[in-house]
Design a protein around this ligand. Structure first.
Ligand code: ADP
Ligand code: MG
Length: 288
């Protein structure tokens, strides 16, 4: 397919190198406030039905929090949003993820271009064993960035609220930083290529309370520019940062352990006036 200009990140790339489809143009199929509409029918790992019936609209320039007991499929659904699970043997997704007028699971869509537009940050900070500078430049080089590399690296580090702490030691190894700094470096790496959506899977669970607060404040800044979805096992974190909250649970009724979305609502509404009995019980601490 002919290369298509990327409309929103002219500084990042003059042209798109996707082999197939690029996410440009119409978002007409989605409501104006929805950046991405995740419609899970079934997700399998081999024969195991891990998640069913979970329709999760991810709202534009907001933070959507996924909460629920361990094993209810929060990470599975989150990773399905940028096709990260494609790399797992036996993984099968049935449903659709609408993004920029397309289904990202459509055969014509290049998963690499999906991940460029929908970035991801993991639970354990995972900088590469490279300099701080090269950690951030990594994705830019991969995408054959042709602009001013120093400028773009600085912009990403500033965007991840870590520039002042590292500006005099950009050549130091990324692994020499503290856990909280490493996580912000990973966020800088994820935003360097200017994705539209940022997914974070329990980004604070390996961090101390001070570093956690810094990341939470950063998430709130990031949503001005990006659409953010986070998995958190910490309900208070969802209350502090999430605009929308999706509550998942595990269905054991038919002998399996299948996760599903119980309900989703603006965070205040979900916590103050849950519609489902199961949500009430979970928020009340009746099970975890
Ligand atoms: N790579 C995998 N292979 C097989 N089963 C998996 C894999 N990853 C997760 N699962 C299973 O899928 C279900 C949902 O897991 P996960 O999405 O990690 O839940 P959560 O993030 O809510 O704790 C669990 O039963 C888990 O054991
Ligand atoms: Mg998880």
């Amino acid at each position: 397919m002919e290369a298509t200009p990327l409309s929103t990140s002219p500084t990042t790339q003059e042209t798109c190198n996707c082999e197939s489809v690029c996410f440009v143009g119409s978002e007409a199929t989605l409501p104006a406030d929805v950046a991405l509409d995740c419609q899970v029918e079934k997700i399998y790992y081999g024969d195991f039905l891990a998640v069913r019936d979970s329709y999760v609209p991810i709202h534009k320039n907001q933070i959507t929090g996924f909460i629920g007991p361990s094993g209810c499929g929060k990470s599975t659904v989150l990773k399905s949003i940028n096709r990260m699970n494609d790399l797992i043997r036996g993984f099968r997704f049935e449903g659709k993820v609408h993004f920029h007028g397309m289904d990202i699971y459509d055969k014509s869509v290049d998963p690499v271009s999906v991940r460029r537009n929908i970035g991801m940050v993991f639970q354990q900070p995972n900088p590469f064993a490279l300099s701080i500078y090269e950690n951030v430049a990594f994705g830019l080089r991969l995408n054959r960035f042709k602009g001013d590399m120093d400028e773009q690296v600085e912009k990403a580090l500033r965007g991840a609220a870590i520039w002042d702490e590292v500006k005099n030691k950009l050549k130091n190894n990324g692994l020499s930083l503290s856990g909280g700094q490493q996580q912000r470096l990973c966020i800088a790496r994820a935003i360097a290529t200017e994705p539209r959506v940022l997914l974070m899977d329990e980004p604070c669970s390996a961090l101390d309370p001070i570093a956690t607060r810094q990341i939470e404040e950063l998430m709130i800044q990031l949503k001005e520019k990006y659409t953010v979805a986070i998995v958190t096992h910490n309900m208070q974190q969802a209350v502090r940062v999430a605009d929308q909250t999706a509550f998942f649970a595990v269905d054991i009724s038919s002998g399996g352990r299948t996760g599903y979305l119980v309900e989703m609502a603006p965070t205040k509404e979900l916590f103050e006036n849950p519609q489902q009995k199961l949500t009430k019980e979970y928020l009340h601490g009746d099970f975890s």
